[in-house]
Design a binder for this molecule. Structure first.
Ligand code: SF4
Length: 330
């Protein structure tokens, strides 16, 4: 998500007359899009920011991303930072840089066109923020509550990308599968519907179907899914949409109900797919959809979680690799 936000920010700055430079110690403006999930990423700004200011005292430094709303970080770095900018307030950059005059600014930063990093694969945000408040996570505090992009905007962006030859469309949000939007939309934009208009609330499964209907040869991927919102309707849509990749990434986080409850994950091990019932359902959908192979892989972490307490820790997870068993079938 941060990468995609940076793509939007890059284009916004170009529209304001700025150019990118590799010379970070000579730039007029340095924007650091921070991550607060891992301590190492946070620690890096404590060395990097003062060094930039020391080398180039005239530089303007903006901190955005997860750390921008953290008061402890602000207290520590205030002497070096010119603007603390929440990601959703990206358009405030224009005012900060005295470039807001006579400029029509979008009401949502997701309406800013991105400067895509790749010519093959594009990240397409479908929303921002999170309502789940897992106990270990900064995202709802840093990004705010869930806000979803209108389906029309998403379809139009994907259509434009496919027209330019992009082959991989990755729909992204903190929780893609809690997507919800009112759609008021003419289906002739896809290759189905014969100009029929619809006006209704749609969920992520229906969004996948709409993106799948856009003419062209491309793959659909998405990240990240919350296990509690991984519905049978979505699995069915993935099985039936020929452009959707045969891959579901589910951050199960822990394989123990008590730890899941302490993480405030709002599902149990049984729910998130370790049950044979769910696996059989996927196999059945795969057969009905005649799609060849459809994989549903679950990383089971019951033992490492019980031993180490938190499956998020990369190092410990690596150590626990041998204890991890993989449930999967074709
Ligand atoms: S669902 Fe994901 S983004 Fe939201 S609070 Fe939990 S870990 Fe963070």
């Amino acid at each position: 998500m941060n990468k995609s936000d940076s793509e939007r920010m890059a284009n916004f700055l170009e529209e304001l007359g700025y150019e990118t430079t590799e010379e970070k110690y000579k730039a007029d403006l340095v924007i650091i899009n921070t991550c607060g999930v891992r301590q190492l990423a946070e620690d890096r700004i404590y060395g990097f920011v003062p060094r930039i200011k020391k080398e180039n005292p005239k530089v303007k430094i903006v901190i955005t991303g997860c750390l921008s709303g953290r008061t402890d970080v602000q207290r520590r770095m205030n002497d070096y930072v010119d603007l603390w900018l929440l990601t959703k307030d990206m358009t405030k950059l224009a005012e900060f840089l005295n470039k807001a005059d006579k400029r029509e600014l979008p009401d949502s930063y997701l309406k800013i066109k991105p400067k895509y990093d790749s010519t093959f694969s594009a990240l397409v945000p479908i929303g921002n923020g999170c309502d789940n408040f897992c106990t270990y996570c900064v995202v709802p505090h840093a990004r705010g509550r869930e806000v979803y992009r209108p389906a029309e905007d998403i379809i139009n962006e994907v259509k434009e990308l496919v027209g330019k030859g992009y082959k991989e469309i990755i729909l992204i949000a903190q929780n893609v599968n809690s997507y919800e939007s009112i759609i008021n939309y003419e289906l002739s934009i896809t290759n189905k519907g014969n100009g029929r208009k619809i006006n209704k609330k749609i969920n992520f499964a229906e969004l996948i179907r709409l993106v799948n209907d856009i003419p062209g040869n491309f793959w659909i991927r998405f990240a990240t899914s919350h296990p509690k919102d991984m519905s049978d309707e979505l699995i069915k849509a993935l099985a039936e949409c020929e452009k959707a990749c045969h891959h579901i990434h589910l951050p199960v986080q822990a394989g123990d109900d008590e730890i899941l409850a302490r993480m405030n994950r709002k599902y149990t091990v049984e729910h998130c797919g370790l049950s044979w019932r769910k696996q059989k359902a996927v196999r059945r959908i795969s057969e009905v959809g005649q799609r060849g192979k459809f994989r549903y892989d679950i990383h089971r972490q019951i033992q490492p979680t019980a031993r180490y307490g938190c499956a998020e820790n990369e190092r410990r997870r690596f150590q626990a690799g041998e204890e991890k068993s993989r449930i999967g079938f074709d």
